[in-house]
Design a protein around this ligand. Sequence first.
Ligand code: MYA
Length: 178
Amino acid sequence: MPALKHWLYMKEVLIVAEWTALKNIDPHCFACGQGNAHGLHMRFFSDGERVRSRLIIPGHLRGWHTLVHGGVLATILDEAMSWAAIHLTGRFILTQEMTVRFKKPVRIEEEVRVESCVAERISPRKALLKAEIRNSSGDICAESSGVFALFTAEAFTRMNLVPENMLDAMNQSMWRSA
Ligand SMILES: CCCCCCCCCCCCCC(=O)SCCNC(=O)CCNC(=O)[C@H](O)C(C)(C)COP(=O)(O)OP(=O)(O)OC[C@H]1O[C@@H](n2cnc3c(N)ncnc32)[C@H](O)[C@@H]1OP(=O)(O)O
């Protein structure tokens, strides 16, 4: 294989290897459920330090005219921080608090990219997450930070939020790649 072709091939292999698709658990989740007819159908990828997703926000989620509703952007940020919290800390999570800064309008039907990471492991039970949404020009349109409560599988079971059989299934597959 000529050197340039080989280099491009290796680059592609590395890029694919760098960002691994994360396994989806709940098909009904508004943000990541692939079976939710009204949802955002987000799919997530991780490089081990960050989590990211690309999506086109459907027209029915608009606020003003062709602009995406701010609450929808907050949901996207919350979801991205949640997946980062789960995958990068290896814990079940609940969003405890979050702040959002809306910096530029986002248009419906435009591709956006969201990226998130753990900014600080505050304690064994708490982490600070950050996320940002960029438009197709690469501008940061919204950014967030949030405190997430972290739970072991046993502690999350005690919270009684998700049926135990579903939690078991999640616990077995959540930390693996798709
Ligand atoms: C594949 C991966 C993806 C999978 C798909 C899913 C996608 C993701 C879905 C994304 C969805 C998006 C995300 C969403 O939208 S999550 C939905 C939105 N968020 C919520 O509903 C959170 C509601 N808030 C609370 O429940 C509390 O405020 C929390 C729990 C967050 C903090 O409460 P706080 O800090 O004020 O604590 P406390 O002093 O009151 O404690 C009371 C008791 O609670 C227990 N307790 C509390 N914290 C922990 C802990 N960390 N480990 C173990 N136990 C814990 C413990 O018994 C404690 O008593 P003690 O024993 O300490 O004395």
